[in-house]
Design a protein around this ligand. Structure first.
Ligand code: HEC
Length: 109
């Protein structure tokens, strides 16, 4: 019985990976979290070289500078690739909302 439900869980998780979830949190996980961390915390060693990998500390995010964040996502910069081809314009706007909301979500959690 327990093994059965475990198997079911695994199947559901695998199915979940295949669904094409284009919500901002899912897209953030897919495209941004590997560099910026699941909650915008970055990663300890890379943060030394690129302090704003920690998005929570980023001035443009703290100031809510949508234009700067938009440019960063669309154009990329340095090691960060451009997401022009991977995110549609409305998805970019949702992603901006999402990353601008990271600090308050962090504080609330
Ligand atoms: C390959 C790693 C990588 C990926 C993937 C990546 N970034 Fe970045 N990102 C960087 C680096 C490196 C910087 C520069 C940090 C610095 O200058 O200190 C940066 C900077 C930024 C900044 C600007 C911070 C500032 O104040 O200068 C924002 C905003 C940002 N990324 C958002 C995103 C979003 C949203 C995604 C996903 C769509 C994403 N990044 C994906 C590596 C990445």
């Amino acid at each position: 019985m327990r093994r059965g439900s475990l198997l079911l869980l695994v199947v559901l998780l695998l199915a979940g990976c295949r669904t094409n979830d284009r919500s901002a949190p899912a897209l953030y996980k897919r495209y941004c979290a590997r560099c910026h961390g699941g909650q915008g915390e970055g990663a300890p060693r890379p943060n030394k070289m690129y302090p704003y990998l920690k998005l929570l500390a980023s001035p443009m995010i703290q100031q809510g500078d949508r234009a700067a964040v938009r440019q960063q996502i669309v154009e990329g910069e340095g090691p960060m690739p451009s997401f022009r081809r991977r995110l549609s314009p409305p998805e970019v706007e949702q992603m901006i909302d999402f990353v601008l909301g990271l600090p308050s979500r962090k504080a609330g959690s």
